[in-house]
Design a binder for this molecule. Sequence first.
Ligand code: PBG
Length: 338
Amino acid sequence: MELTKRARRLRSSESLRKMVRETRMDPSSLIYPIFVEENLSGSEPIEAMDGQKRYGLDALPAALNEIADAGVGAVMFFGIPAHKDEVGSGAYDENGIVQQALRLAKKEVPGLYLIGDVCLCEYTSHGHCGVLCPHRPHGESAPPYFEVDNDPTVDLLRRIAVSQVAAGADMVAPSDMMDGRIAGIRAGLDEAGYADIPVMSYAVKFASAFYGPFREAAGSAPAFGNRRGYQMDYHNRKEAMKEALTDVEEGADIIMVKPAMNYLDLVSEISQAVNVPVAAYSVSGEYAMVRAAAARGWIDEDAIICEMAAGVYRAGAGIYLTYFAKEIARFMREGRIG
Ligand code: PBG
C-alpha cells in the first residue's frame, strides 16, 4: 500500500494543532519594563510609546497590581530622576527614585518579582552610560573627545546594583555594556551579603535605533556623540558570542539579547551555546512600530503581538521582556498562543 506523506495531517483541527505545538509559553516568563519618575504625581503618557506611561510613586502600586494580576512574571524598573549630574549619582543614592520604587513595590505588592535595570544613562547630565574621560585617538596634541571610562564606571554600577538590592530588588540587570561589569557587580553583591541575588546581563546589546522612543521616555539620549563606543555593532555575530560567553564566565545567571526582533539569529545561536537561560528584549522601537501601524488600521495588532512573541520563544528565548507583557499574558491564558 502506498503511504501518504502529509505535513497538513497534524494541522487539521485546533485541538491537534495545540497538541503538537513545539513552543510552549507561560506568563511567568514575561518581564514588563516600567518607568518611574521622581517628583511626579499620578502618571503621564509617553508620546512615542503610545499606551505606556511614566509613573509617580503614588500611582505605582495600582500599576504594579495590574501587572501582577495579569500573571506577568516580573517587572523591571527604569528611573527618571529629578536631577542629573556628571556621575549619575541618582542611580546609586539609597533614596534614588528606583530605590524608593523598589521599597514601595516590595511593601505594596509583595508577590511581584522585582528587577532593577542597572545603568547610568538616565542619571547622567550628558546621557552616556558611565562617567566620561578625555580620549585622544589621534595623539596627545589633538583635541580630546570624550568617552566612557570603563573601570570607574564599573565601580559605580556595582554601587547601583548593591543599593537596588538593599532596597528590595530580587534581581539586577546591567544594561551599560562596560567590560568586566558582570564580575564587578557579582563581587559587589557577594561582598554585601547578596550571593543569592541573580544577575541578568544585557550581554548582547546592540547600538540600535530601536531605542529611540525609550530615550524620549527616559530623557536619556546622549547629549553628544552616540553609544557605538560601548554598545555593539549590529554587523557582528562572533562578537555577540564572545560577549555572551564572557558574561557567563563572569557569573551572569541569565543572558539577554537586545533588541529582539532583528536579532533572533543570535537568540537561537546563544541559547544553544550557553548553559544559562536566555532572555530577549523587544525594545521601545519595536513596540512603537506595532502601535503606530495598528493605530492606522494597517495591521491586526493582537495577531502581530502573538506572532512576535512566539517567534522570540521559538528562537530559543525562555524569558521575554516586552511592553506588551500584560497583553501577551492574557493571550497565553486564553490559549491564543503558547
Ligand atoms: C539603558 C537602556 C536603554 C534601554 C534599556 N536600557 C537605552 C539605551 O541603551 O540607550 C532601551 C530599552 C528600550 O528601547 O525599550 N542603557
